[in-house]
Design a protein. Structure first.
Length: 173
């Protein structure tokens, strides 16, 4: 899916917005005992997880741009690892919701279904946190390292390495 690499920054906004918003809808739906809030939460979580998958896929192509710019690999890997963790946590949260919904369909609700619901909420919260971490690290790639930033149509290149002794020259007016 390298054709999505140029759209990686736009694609990533889908999970960054929808996964935490879905968690908020879930909490409101439970607090108000309203099914439509919880159904909306599931729909947003599904869209957020699909967006996370697309973000991870498009990120594989986008990291080539960052590599060519000389951006530190550990910064790229930290961002990628948080995004991949978000995807897996989101998938696990959806699986837990599906199991809990299936368990709640019988006449007597199974005792362990409450535990599965709690697990699903915990996984959803964890996905909300890791997507924020991934977004923050992605922002650092752009704003601190200049990943895929263009100036006059050309990718900017990384400046001199830190500690090179040129810091005084870099900050001269």
């Amino acid at each position: 899916m390298e054709f999505l690499a140029p759209f990686h920054p736009q694609i990533t906004h889908v999970p960054v917005v929808l996964i935490p918003l879905a968690f908020l809808f879930e909490l409101v739906g439970r607090a108000l005992d309203r099914d439509w809030w919880r159904k909306a939460a599931v729909a947003m979580l599904v869209a957020g997880v699909v967006g996370a998958w697309l973000s991870v896929q498009s990120g594989h192509g986008a990291d080539e741009f960052a590599d060519r710019q000389g951006i530190e690999e550990h910064a790229i890997d930290a961002h990628e690892n948080a995004a991949t963790l978000t995807l897996w946590l989101g998938l696990a949260a959806l699986a837990a919701r599906a199991v809990a919904a299936r368990a709640g369909r019988g006449a007597p609700r199974k005792a362990w279904s409450a535990a599965v619901v709690g697990l699903g909420l915990a996984l959803h919260l964890a996905a909300s946190i890791t997507v924020a971490v991934a977004a923050h690290r992605g922002g650092l790639l752009v704003f601190e390292h200049g990943a895929h930033v263009r100036l006059h149509g050309r990718l900017i290149q990384e400046g001199p390495p830190r500690g090179s002794g040129n810091e005084a020259e870099e900050h001269r007016p």
